[in-house]
Design a protein around this ligand. Structure first.
Ligand code: SAM
Length: 480
């Protein structure tokens, strides 16, 4: 039987926001960044918002409208052509607001129809394809290289279409997974070779502010639009949570499961997993370090992860240490509540039922909170291990130094800070991340890693590499 609630148990809103209204949409988002223009009373207006009953229009600078009582015909224009008309009534202008609100003067205006007619009008406009935006500034060898990558994908696609796709509608999930893993294994060496060749070609232009965007837009036009047919490339490129590296992307890498509806899209997803392996090996590195804590003599170990994401290393550690004498207190810090929920739940689920000497808690805040003089972090006990993987890669050198030294202050004597950061090696992930995925990071060299620790007085500092050779791990240990 399903557990269902009785009507009397259904609460509705529990705060004062009991009334809801229909939604007002931001016009840019509603029309996918191609909103129509409004023509009304001989004036053209931009649309700010659209709802089921009205439109809010931006009053052009220098234009004033006298009150008009009767309904007026409003026209919607896309690329200069009118595609929709309806009568509207102007609402009185509010003083100090450069906006006009107009109400539809008839029932049954369907804004879904307006959106579709706008799309149809867009389809008729001049495409501009006769003016290619790619530039010959992109080095010729790079253009040839991208063609080579496309050629490779095209061969793979045709192989799949000939040999596998005819059967795919009949595959069980297990069979479909076996095929995807097989394709991954078969492509591993070639895909890695192509990525490393890409690195070799673009690394020399890393700091060229003019050429880098040109190479990026060339790559996006040629390769990204093919690769985003694979789930993880799609999410990594489009960044639906509004920032790169959200916990679901990280989980794709850690779960290492085929995703997608066709064999070819699943294959592309697997290529993304090959490119994302350094994320997993960075997590392996931290997991090993967590294991090494157990060689100490303390009763309780305090561990903190900054920018914790799904905290899969905590989950893995707890799965592997089912019953130990010592206790652990993990503090996960992330600005994303969903990541914290995931990380905490997954960690507790992996605990042996009888185990009570482990606490996993989350701080839903930014690392910048730590940098404030009276930060809430001052109430936490000093930590045996603090680590941050995949966060300082986004911060400039000055901020990295500040944060590293602040994290160092939070260590107990003998405690260690680990900072993972992608490197600028030719066997790293620079080309696929920056150029295919527009996932911009600071790809650091060894010296830049050491520089992060300049404010850590008396520390024992070293820089190691993860197993893939794509990530540097800065290790800063406080004297005991
Ligand atoms: C690339 S992910 C790395 C996650 C995790 N450390 C891992 O390796 O799986 C970066 C994480 O940093 C978090 N983050 C981004 N900006 C942050 C900020 N200002 N303060 C705290 N966390 C932040 C994101 O929400 C995301 O979960």
């Amino acid at each position: 039987m399903q557990s269902v609630k009785h009507y009397q148990e259904l609460k509705g809103a529990e705060n004062t926001d009991m009334r809801i209204s229909f939604e007002t949409h931001d016009a840019a988002a509603f029309f996918n960044n191609n909103p129509p223009v409004v023509q009304l009373l001989g004036v053209q207006f931009e649309i700010r918002n659209i709802s089921l009953t009205s439109l809010t229009l931006k009053l052009p600078e220098g234009v004033s409208l006298a009150p008009v009582a009767e309904a007026q015909t409003l026209s919607l224009l896309q690329s200069g052509t009118c595609f929709y008309e309806c009568p509207v009534v102007l609402q009185p202008l509010k003083t100090g607001v450069a906006e006009v609100e107009v109400l539809y003067d008839q029932r049954g205006v369907d804004i879904g129809v307006i959106a579709r007619k706008n799309a149809a009008a867009l389809a008729r406009r001049q495409s501009g394809a006769s003016h290619p935006s790619i530039t010959y500034a992109v080095p010729a060898d790079y253009r040839v290289f991208c063609t080579e990558v496309l050629d490779y994908l095209s061969d793979q696609r045709s192989f799949i279409e000939t040999n596998i796709a005819p059967h795919e509608d009949y595959f069980t999930l297990e069979e479909a997974d076996t095929v995807a893993y097989g394709l991954e294994e078969a492509s591993e060496a070639d895909w890695a070779r192509l990525c490393f060749a890409g690195n070799e070609l673009v690394l020399p232009h890393m700091h060229d502010e003019a050429l880098r965007p040109a190479i990026k837009s060339f790559t996006e036009k040629l390769l990204t639009y093919e690769l985003v047919k694979g789930t993880n490339w799609h999410r990594s490129y489009f960044k639906p949570m509004g920032y790169p590296g959200d916990f679901r992307i990280m989980n794709y890498m850690y779960d290492h499961q085929p995703e997608g509806t066709t064999t070819y899209s699943r294959y592309l997803h697997m290529l993304g997993l090959i490119s994302g392996r350094p994320i997993v090996s960075r997590m392996d590195y931290i997991s090993r370090y967590l294991e090494s804590l157990r060689q100490g003599t303390d009763n309780v170990y305090h561990v903190m992860s900054i920018g914790s994401g799904p905290a899969r290393e905590v989950q893995r550690f707890l799965e592997n240490t089912s019953a130990t004498e010592e206790g652990y207190s993990f503090t996960l810090v992330d600005q994303e509540i969903q990541a914290l929920d995931y990380g905490i739940n997954a960690a507790y689920r992996s605990l042996a039922p009888s185990r009570s000497n482990v606490i996993v808690s989350g701080m839903h805040t930014s690392f910048t909170e730590m940098l404030r003089p009276m930060s809430t972090f001052r109430h936490l006990p000093k930590q045996h291990l603090i680590y941050s993987a995949g966060l300082l890669d986004y911060l400039n050198a000055g901020l990295c130094r500040k944060l590293t030294s602040k994290l160092y202050d939070h260590l107990c004597p003998g405690g260690t800070l680990l900072v993972g950061n992608v490197n600028d090696s030719a066997i790293g992930t620079y080309w696929p991340m920056e150029y295919i995925l527009d996932w911009t990071l600071f790809f650091r060299n060894e010296q830049e890693m050491y520089d992060m620790a300049t404010g850590c007085k008396g520390a024992d500092v070293s820089v190691e590499m993860d197993d893939n050779g794509a990530v540097y791990m800065l290790k800063v240990t406080k004297p005991a």
